[in-house]
Design a protein around this ligand. Structure first.
Ligand code: GLP
Length: 260
C-alpha cells in the first residue's frame, strides 16, 4: 500500500487530481468511481480547473458514484446527485449518458442495485476507484460489519455516520436519511486501482487502522491492504498516527511517499 503524505489539504487535492488526470490521459475511455463528502471538494475543484485550463478531456469517461441516500430527490442540496452536479458534472464534459449515480428514489431498490452492478460490468469494470473514508472506516456507505464480499445494495447508516453527515443537513440529524444505496466492498475491490483521500486530525485514527490495523470487517477501509494497487493520499494531520515505513520515504514537492 502506497501512502502519499501531503503537507496540506490543497497539496493532497492536487496530488490526487494528478493521478486522476494521468489515468484519463492514459486511457480516455476510463471508468472512474467517484466519492462525495467534504474531503473531495478540493479534488473536484482541481479537476475542473485542469479541464478548463489544461484541456483535461472527460468526453469518453464513464463515472459511477459510490453511493446515494435513499429517498432524497436528485435536486435536494444534500443529495449526492446535487453534490456531483454542482461541484463537478456541470463544469466538465462527462457525457450525461455516461454518468451513473444510484437512484435513491427507485421504485424497486433491489432491481436498481442489480442494474447498477450490471452497468459496471458492461462498462468493463472500474479502472480507478476514488474513495473517501468515514471516521468509522466506512468506504462508500459500507459501514463496519459489512461483508467484504458485498455487492451494490441498500443498507442502514451507522449512528456515527448520521451524526457526521448532519452537517450537510443544516446540522439536523433527524433530517439525515437512515438508509442509502452503496456500491459493495467486493465491487470496490474489483477496481483495477484505488485512490483513497483523507484529511484532518479526526481521520488520523482510521488512517492508522487502515494501514497498520488488522484486516477486519469492523474497519471496512482495512480491506485495502489486500488490494494490489491501492494508494492513500492524506494530509499531515490525517497521517499523524502512522508509523514510519520500514523503507523510509521518498520526498516530493510538498509530499513524502511511503510504502507499507
Ligand atoms: C460520506 C460518504 C463517503 C465519504 C465519507 C467521508 O458518508 N458516503 O463516500 O467518503 O462519508 O466524508 P468526508 O469526506 O466529509 O469526511
Amino acid at each position: 500500500m502506497v501512502v502519499v503524505v501531503a503537507q496540506d489539504y490543497d497539496t493532497m487535492s492536487r496530488e490526487a487530481a494528478k493521478i486522476v488526470a494521468e489515468q484519463v490521459r492514459r486511457k480516455p475511455t476510463s471508468v472512474l468511481s467517484l466519492a462525495t463528502g467534504a474531503t473531495q471538494f478540493g479534488l473536484y475543484a482541481e479537476l475542473v480547473r485542469m479541464h478548463r485550463e489544461e484541456g483535461l478531456d472527460f468526453s469518453q469517461v464513464t463515472t459511477f458514484n459510490l453511493d446515494e441516500y435513499l429517498g432524497l430527490a436528485p435536486d435536494h442540496p444534500a443529495s449526492f446527485h446535487y453534490y456531483m452536479r454542482t461541484r463537478f458534472f456541470d463544469h466538465v464534459n462527462v457525457r450525461p449518458d455516461r454518468i451513473y449515480i444510484p437512484d435513491g428514489l427507485a421504485a424497486d431498490i433491489r432491481q436498481e442495485c442489480q442494474a447498477y452492478e450490471r452497468a459496471i460490468r458492461n462498462a468493463g469494470g472500474i479502472d480507478l476507484a476514488i474513495l473517501g473514508v468515514g471516521r468509522n472506516g466506512h468506504i462508500g456507505f459500507n459501514e463496519p460489519r459489512t461483508e467484504f464480499g458485498s455487492r451494490t445494495r441498500a443498507l442502514f447508516l451507522a449512528k456515527r455516520t448520521i451524526e457526521a453527515n448532519a452537517r450537510f443537513f443544516g446540522g439536523d440529524e433527524n433530517a439525515v436519511p437512515r438508509q442509502a444505496i452503496s456500491v459493495g466492498i467486493r465491487t470496490i475491490m474489483n477496481s483495477r486501482s484505488i485512490l483513497l483521500l483523507a484529511s484532518g486530525k479526526a481521520k488520523a485514527p482510521v488512517i492508522a487502522q487502515t494501514v497498520h490495523g488488522p484486516v477486519t470487517e469492523m474497519v471496512p477501509s482495512s480491506v485495502l491492504q489486500l488490494h494490489p494497487d491501492a494508494t492513500l493520499i492524506v494530509d499531515e494531520e490525517a497521517a499523524s498516527q502512522l508509523k514510519p515505513s520500514p523503507e523510509g520515504f521518498v520526498p516530493g514537492p510538498g509530499t513524502r511517499t511511503m510504502v507499507y
